[in-house]
Design a protein around this ligand. Structure first.
Ligand SMILES: NC(=O)c1ccc[n+]([C@@H]2O[C@H](COP(=O)([O-])OP(=O)(O)OC[C@H]3O[C@@H](n4cnc5c(N)ncnc54)[C@H](OP(=O)(O)O)[C@@H]3O)[C@@H](O)[C@H]2O)c1
Length: 333
């Protein structure tokens, strides 16, 4: 029997790389990778080519009918494109509908949050969702909460600093009791492999969940596993709202991209810690299917398991090529 044919966008990135690993581990997929022409000779793309993955070369700006020819016969398209490029997916949606693609997973893989002015990145991704619905293209929208890898504070000894991408913070927002969904990024592909073989998830939203923890619980876990007394700086819920309002005003006044970073961070804090948008309860309210109910046999990597590894120096540095740190430092991400 012919294998399930998958086209993956973003395999050279963090999310896409993990999705690729999970699909390969599963073994039931025939995988092609969409690579933009300017990236075909990068060391990452060359390494993937050397592993034998066929490339579909496209910058997603070509005529739709040309793209249709390139993707004909693909069963499932999965996008893990950089979020700033999410709108480039729209031409692919149009092409996939024409090519008869059986399922499209746009680039979601983020925290649970409703659209409508809370987080700009969610609203951008929603434009892609809408294009899919307009095209009547079969889909699954997959969110995963926050990565464990992005969700722990530094410890006083500095032992975890090697694994923290952005300058560490000991801030606890509000009362620290907002529950948030967490997933280990190494499990993304394992979840996706199950989801795309599952007819129950067609035309549905799915949230992958390893743990649902509050900041207070995370601090307690890190304190217990490290044996170090953690610092705790509290920022009230009212102050989170005021910080966001001030950042938005400053962004409008100056048009400075650096200020927008504060808007992004402020929006995340508001959604994650004050509104508790990323809780399992809210995911259920928003109509997501819960991976724990869909796949009770699957044991994802838990936050404690990840933390034990991180404290032993075994966590992987994210975005190791330094590009993201540079963008962050330049104020563009
Ligand atoms: N839940 C969480 O905690 C969390 C954390 C981080 C990210 N995310 C989400 O994960 C998604 C992916 O982010 P990421 O950080 O994993 O991305 P990333 O590491 O920056 O990788 C982006 C990928 O997109 C490719 N790409 C960029 N522009 C493209 C274009 N125009 N055409 C085709 N391919 C293009 C890049 O390929 P090249 O090799 O050509 O550059 C790369 O493979 C985003 O939606 C983001 O919101 C979620």
């Amino acid at each position: 029997m012919a294998k399930h044919r998958v086209l993956l966008i973003g395999a050279t990135g963090e999310t896409g790389g993990d999705i690729l690993s999970g699909l390969v581990e599963d073994g039931s997929f025939d995988i092609s990778l969409l690579i933009r022409p300017s990236s075909t000779n990068t060391p990452k793309a060359k390494a993937l080519e050397a592993h034998g993955f066929p490339f579909v070369v496209s910058d997603l700006t070509e005529p739709v009918d040309q793209l249709v020819t390139k993707i004909k016969g693909i069963d499932t398209i999965i996008s893990a494109i950089r979020s700033q490029e999410a709108l480039s997916e729209i031409i692919l949606v149009e092409a996939a509908a024409k090519a008869g693609t059986k399922r499209f997973l746009p680039c979601d893989f983020g925290p649970v949050c409703p659209p409508g002015g809370i987080m700009a990145v969610r609203d951008t991704k929603e434009i892609v969702h809408n294009a899919i619905l307009v095209a009547k293209l079969p889909y699954t929208f997959v969110d995963i909460g926050f990565w464990h890898q992005f969700s722990f504070p530094p410890v006083p000894s500095g032992k975890l600093d090697y694994a923290i991408l952005f300058p560490g913070t000991n801030v606890i927002y509000g009362d620290g009791n907002a529950e948030g969904i967490l997933t280990d990024k190494r499990d993304l592909g394992r979840f996706v492999a199950r989801i795309i073989k599952d007819e129950r998830t067609i035309n549905k939203k799915v949230v992958a969940i390893a743990d649902a923890l509050t900041q207070n619980q995370i601090w307690e876990i890190v304190e217990r596993l490290s044996g170090e007394k953690m610092n705790r700086t509290y920022v009230s819920a009212d102050e989170v709202v005021s910080q966001l309002a001030r950042a938005k005003e400053a962004a409008v006044a100056s048009g400075n991209e650096k200020v927008n970073l504060e808007v992004i961070a402020g929006s995340y804090n508001w959604s994650r810690y004050v509104r508790a948008d990323n809780s399992p309860e809210n995911a259920k309210y928003l109509g997501y299917l819960d991976s724990r109910e869909l796949y009770p046999d699957f044991r994802p990597i838990g936050f404690e398991e990840f933390m034990r590894e991180a404290l032993q120096g075994k966590a992987k540095k994210l975005y190791a090529d330094g590009k993201v740190e540079k963008l962050y430092n330049d104020g563009k991400r």
